[in-house]
Ligand binder design. Sequence first.
Ligand code: 5CA
Length: 445
Amino acid sequence: MRLTRYFLPVLRENPAEAQIASHRLMLRAGMIRQASAGIYSWLPLGYRVLQRIQQIVHEEQQRAGHIPLLMPTLQPADLWQESGRYNAYGPEMLRIRDRHERDMLYGPTNEEMITDIFRSAVGSYKDLPLTLYHIQWKFRDEVRPRFGVMRGREFLMKDGYNFDLTKEDALHAYNRHLVSYLRTYERMGLKAIPMRADGGPIGGDYTHEFLVLAETGESEVFYDSEITDLTFGDRTIDYDDVAQCQAVLEEFTSRYARTDETHDEAVFAEVPEARRRSARGIEVGQIFYFGTKYSDAMNAVVVNEQGERVPVHMGSHGIGVSRLVGALIEANHDEKGIIWPEGVTPFHCGIVNLKQGDEAADGACDALYAGLKAKGLDPLYDDRNERAGAKFATMDLIGLPWRITVGPRGLKNGVVELTSRRTGESEEMPPEAAIERVAQIYAGI
Ligand code: 5CA
């Protein structure tokens, strides 16, 4: 993409309404624009990141054997009356009446709708196990929407639902989700720690939240510091292997790690004092096992091997897709701007032309651009007629992990400069070598 043909409305000043870095930087980098409280338009740069995140989520869900579908944002109230949550959900639910006076709502989550889809089509244990998921906009009329996309009213969520014959099978689905979430967040360059939490309006008492530690996080958490050393890494996993998935769950959840809702001072005191930590975190996902709560209420039954009709065991599993954009920035920024991890960056590499209009510089930039494209990469070429300082400031603000700087002086020696946004380190090399290097960096991602 050439910057002169793109839409990147960056702000020079810090927006007064933004209290935390991610909100400020998303507004300044032209990623989002507020439509009304807690509701945002995703401008092209922000939308690219949102798409990268969705892509990773889709890949990891499908790797775990989960099946994508798409349910609507608007739901009929009757389903929620059946489960008993229509009244229980309270003022967070946006209720709408259509022209035929039918009660509708903008879905805050989809347990009822997916259970309805399931019961209309599945009647036998032979069709289990089944896990369906979608990535769809949700609406929760939060009392205090704040921090930009972190606590929005309209927000994008991946929500998945497992249907299993027995509790044991459903717990395997739970473990499978835990493993797939560990992989998902790590691919994005994030450390998200599973912590015992509370079921809230979704229900069930077996649930873990995934938290990214950050001072600006809204959740208070307590944990054994050893847990921050754990990484899933590039180990292979067979998602059908019950023992393997269970072992990962045990490895990642055996140390103390809880949100304030489930925190227990007496148990925490058993952790050696030097390893006891309390901190703040951003909740980027949550997994639940709630048994037959919805299948009982909504009569979602299957016939088992013995010919008996039994309610299915269920769980639901969410990832805060739009919140992740904010969380990623909270975890990856400096005073100049964002620093995208390679896994989610909106463009792979920036190209800065120090002397627009100079024949050699323009030609070298065009060649770099074409060379990177030929490697399957997406560069952002700053081809504006601007001072070098302004171009660097924009690149630093929008946070592309790699920048190639091209100027007449370097070109006389046959070199361009490759700079890492994270370390600030630069290295001179011929343009072809820079293309090769950037391609190599992304080859493993
Ligand atoms: N049905 C279940 C799991 S699919 C569910 O709704 N879980 S949840 O309530 O925990 O939401 C899942 C994730 O959505 C949360 O972990 C959080 O990352 C994100 N989320 C929740 N509320 C908001 C909000 N107001 N703004 C942005 N993201 C949110």
